[in-house]
Ligand binder design. Structure first.
Ligand SMILES: NC(=O)C1=CN([C@@H]2O[C@H](COP(=O)(O)OP(=O)(O)OC[C@H]3O[C@@H](n4cnc5c(N)ncnc54)[C@H](OP(=O)(O)O)[C@@H]3O)[C@@H](O)[C@H]2O)C=CC1
Ligand SMILES: O=C(O)CCC(=O)C(=O)O
Ligand SMILES: [Mg+2]
Length: 414
């Protein structure tokens, strides 16, 4: 690869999809905006320590910084938020990890996070929601919340297809809708912005297929399709119908009591897997009241965004909510939270989300021993009540430590 700003670390090897992970993989990372400067170095230190402890030098990650967001504009120039060189590196090295990136509200640039998912076609956003003993939670029984969200990551209103109020384009779109499509329901056509929500058969099928494979491989008990198909019939409703159809056609699910819920047997364990659905608003109250009834979730992009933060709150907040963006070729791991700008550079926030995202990356690489050490360090630090501000403010007798000191506390307990 010809690089102008990226330094390829010496002694590392590329991860090639479909081939065994080398012992010295090069992993590109994006530091991220805002608190990225705090959490990313801590994540690297903790992961390096876990890998060293697990493999005694036989394995080592060669980190390669690539640039996106504000740092990219400093390096490549004022309008270069996500350079081609960065995209090329993320593709060429196939497994990467990123800090959060800022998206302005209203005007300004479109989300770089979304752009990256779309460009790499990272269609699965996988966000496990897991409770760590001792973490403060607003629930009486937070351990009952144990779910994995499969959020469609490339379609929906989230794709960013919209036209600004007052623009020539929006006038054209509204005229087209009114004159050619017979739309009469735009309440204030002179002052509307318009957004389009694509949801496709293929997009839904590949996401639901991945979610059902996960259910089988991990011996989980159910898949819930979360949608708002009563209102958005041809997008959210399509998502639900395609999901059920796929469960029946590809996994042999049979309707329960005439459907639409259906079930099939896990081919590996013989255990029954139920495929059901829930309308998104009702789902959001049920996950609080009856969390144990939900397991693996497949949902559209915007629903998945809301559900991710809501579920994270049930098990301690977005300070420990990890995630992965996955395609058939690439994987880019990232925390659920954003740039939390008011804490940027203060060495204060919880690095747990990004560390647990890296832990998912280690498992993805089948470096299980190192991943287990990360969990061990996290559980032990929380168990000793050595925590960052977000947990400390809700715990009695906690020792509040900085972002970097929490990383050190984890390492000391691996
Ligand atoms: N994938 C990505 O890169 C994402 C990017 N963003 C972007 O981030 C920017 C800021 O978004 P915002 O809505 O403020 O959401 P954030 O997730 O950045 O922050 C919201 C609040 O969540 C808590 N929080 C977030 N991260 C941590 C952490 N590591 N440890 C402890 N607490 C944490 C803080 O709560 P408290 O104030 O209670 O301490 C914080 O004020 C926006 O530009 C948004 O678009 C948002 C989400 C994802
Ligand atoms: O891209 C952004 O700024 C927000 C993304 C987000 O909230 C998410 O993916 O969970
Ligand atoms: Mg979000």
């Amino acid at each position: 690869m010809s690089t102008s700003h990226i330094t390829v670390p010496a002694g590392g090897q590329k991860i090639i999809p479909g081939q065994p992970i080398p012992d010295n993989p090069i992993i590109p990372f994006i530091e991220g905006d805002g608190i990225g400067v705090d959490i990313t170095p801590v994540m690297i230190k903790v992961i390096d320590a876990a890998v060293e402890k697990a493999y005694g030098g036989k394995r080592k990650i060669h980190w390669m910084e690539v640039y996106a967001g504000e740092k990219s504009t400093q390096i490549y120039g004022p309008d270069e938020w996500l350079s081609k060189e960065t995209f090329d590196a993320l593709k060429e090295y196939s497994v990467s990890i990123k800090g959060p990136m800022t998206t302005p509200v209203g005007g300004g640039i479109r989300s770089l996070n979304v752009a990256l998912r779309q460009e790499l076609d990272l269609y699965q956003c996988v966000r496990p929601i897991q409770y760590f003993k001792g973490v403060p939670s607003p629930l009486k029984n937070p351990e009952l919340t144990n779910m994995v969200i499969f959020r469609e990551n490339t379609e929906d209103i989230y794709a960013g297809i919209e036209w600004q109020e007052g623009s020539e384009q929006v006038k054209k779109v509204i005229a087209f809708l009114q004159n050619e499509m017979g739309v009469k329901k735009i309440r204030f056509p002179e002052t509307s912005g318009i957004g389009i929500k694509p949801v496709s058969v293929e997009g839904t099928q590949r996401l639901v297929r991945a979610a059902l494979k996960y259910v089988i491989d991990n011996d989980r008990k159910s898949l819930t399709i979360v949608h708002k198909g009563n209102i958005m019939k041809f997008t959210e409703g399509l998502f639900r119908d395609v999901a059920y159809e796929l469960a029946q056609k590809e996994f042999g699910a049979q309707p329960i009591d005439g459907g639409p819920w259906c079930k099939f047997k896990n081919p590996n364990t013989g255990r029954e897997i139920v495929v059901k659905d829930a309308i998104a608003d009702a789902f959001l109250q049920q996950i609080l009241l009856r969390p144990a009834e939900y397991d693996v979730i497949a949902t559209t992009n915007l629903n998945g965004d809301y559900i991710s933060d809501a579920l994270a709150a049930q098990v301690g907040g977005i300070g420990i909510a990890p995630g992965a963006n996955i395609s058939d070729q690439y994987a880019c791991f990232e925390a659920t939270h954003g740039t939390a700008p008011k804490y940027a550079g203060l060495d204060k926030v919880n690095p747990g989300s990004l560390i647990l995202s890296a832990e998912m990356m280690l498992r993805f690489m089948k470096w299980t021993e190192a991943a287990d050490l990360v969990i061990k360090g996290m559980e032990a630090a929380i168990g000793d009540k050595v925590v960052t501000y977000d947990f400390a403010r809700l715990m009695e007798g906690a020792q509040e430590v900085s972002c970097s000191a929490f990383g050190d506390a984890m390492i000391a307990r691996m």
